[in-house]
Design a protein around this ligand. Sequence first.
Ligand SMILES: Cc1cc2nc3c(=O)[nH]c(=O)nc-3n(C[C@H](O)[C@H](O)[C@H](O)COP(=O)(O)O)c2cc1C
Length: 151
Amino acid sequence: MSQLTILYISLSGNTHSFVSRLRDYLSLNHNITPRLINVKELRHETFALSEPFVALLPTYLEGGNGLDNGNQEILTTPLGDFMASHDNYKYCFGIIGSGNRNFNNQFCLTAKQYAERFGFPVLDEFELRGTSSDIERIAEKILHAQAAFTN
Ligand SMILES: Cc1cc2nc3c(=O)[nH]c(=O)nc-3n(C[C@H](O)[C@H](O)[C@H](O)COP(=O)(O)O)c2cc1C
């Protein structure tokens, strides 16, 4: 059985729902049972990862419009701290952003900021809990990116 590690944070449950359905999809269709790490449950504890992983990150910004203001991350910073600790980000082969399109230019902005900060690609984006077609598309993108990273 192949391995996949999914690192994520979820404050109000949407990303957790997506990750749970993604895990079920991967298990059913690819015989993969991913290792799931919800940074929120770690309560600021960090540890070293020694395997490639994908990150899923919802967007929580402090007001503004995402253009000339409104790019200050709130609530999700423990994920960035976890990635920076022990140089974990070096094993990240990509990030998936999530958010709400009502936020216009701020939609999924934090994932883009992390991609720039740490030097890995944004693989895709989805809104709120995501649809089943988001899950199928994103599962395939994750597997392709992981294969490219490890080969
Ligand atoms: C205070 C607050 C600020 C938010 N800011 C943004 C934002 O700037 N951009 C965006 O795309 N979504 C924003 N959202 C929407 C969340 O990213 C979205 O609801 C996401 O699905 C939450 O994921 P979670 O339930 O896993 O925590 C915000 C939500 C809240 C409650």
